[in-house]
Design a protein around this ligand. Structure first.
Ligand SMILES: [Fe+2]
Ligand SMILES: [Fe+2]
Length: 260
């Protein structure tokens, strides 16, 4: 059907193992799903924490838009260089004086697609109200298709955002917890929703990091330098189809394994 839009959204890429999986699996995913638009969350691409210019450039050609999250400023160079990273979004509900893009509008199949990124506030660092932020953004910007990456910890806050935006946006896609949830569905007024899309990295670690180090940190409370785990690499995402007025028709979970 040509009167529909196909969107591939891929969850948080964790460090070098995550970048490797994305590069390795993307040609096959493109062939299989033939997406009109690819969005990838990159808040963990550089060693698991933040984004560097080098790691951004490595992935730049693999997606149309890159979203981020609470780790966006973990690498000092990001503040200085984010304006030059044309496809990258920073969360829209942080201090307005900060650099970077709050949203992107792309022209796809003759229609406007808005992509934006919001941070949650429950069990996270304080930020501006994501509900009021998205309300004003939707008033400010016109687009037929609207995709929201809601980067948040609490399931309740994520479901609240899904239902709050039901019928007003095409998709509310949860990121940040790195564990894919099985609650993908189309809400009553045509909004595709999933609490968490999952991550792209190792499923033999703890949210993508070497388990021994995370266990030691949790059990003994001793700060540890966490490193991305390399074993059992997966790519997590969702594939969404919507009409050209922005109503979602289907959402399908993706969990692909990288076989050496
Ligand atoms: Fe993440
Ligand atoms: Fe995060």
């Amino acid at each position: 059907m040509s009167d529909e839009l196909k969107i591939l959204f891929i969850g948080d890429i964790v460090g070098k193992p995550g970048r490797k999986v994305l590069s390795y699996l993307m040609p096959g995913l493109t062939e299989k799903y033939k997406p009109d638009l690819v969005i990838v969350n990159v808040e963990n691409i550089a060693g698991g924490f933040g984004i560097t210019v080098k790691t951004y450039r490595e992935l730049e050609d693999l997606a149309d838009v890159f979203t981020s999250g609470n780790h966006v400023w973990d690498k000092k160079e990001t503040l200085e260089n984010i304006d030059g990273m044309q496809k990258l979004l920073r969360p829209s509900n942080i201090h307005p004086s900060l650099p970077g893009r709050r949203y992107k509008i792309l022209k796809v199949k003759g229609i406007r697609v808005l992509v934006t990124n919001l941070l949650g506030r429950v069990f996270m660092e304080p930020v501006d109200d994501p509900f009021r932020t998205i309300d004003s953004l939707l008033q400010e910007v016109e687009a037929e298709v609207r995709i929201v990456d809601f980067h948040a910890e609490a399931t309740s806050e994520k479901e609240a955002m899904g239902w709050y935006l039901n019928g007003r946006v095409t998709a509310v896609i949860g990121t940040h917890t790195h564990v894919q949830t099985a609650d993908e569905r189309i809400l009553s007024k045509g909004t595709a929703y999933i609490t968490d899309v999952g991550m792209t990295g190792s499923l033999d670690g703890i949210i993508g990091f070497k388990k021994e180090e995370v266990i030691e940190k949790i059990v003994y409370g001793i700060p540890k330098k966490l490193e991305p785990c390399k074993e059992n690499l997966h790519l997590n995402g969702v594939f969404i189809k919507c009409d050209l007025e922005g109503k979602a028709h289907s959402i399908k979970r993706i969990d692909e394994v990288m076989k050496d």
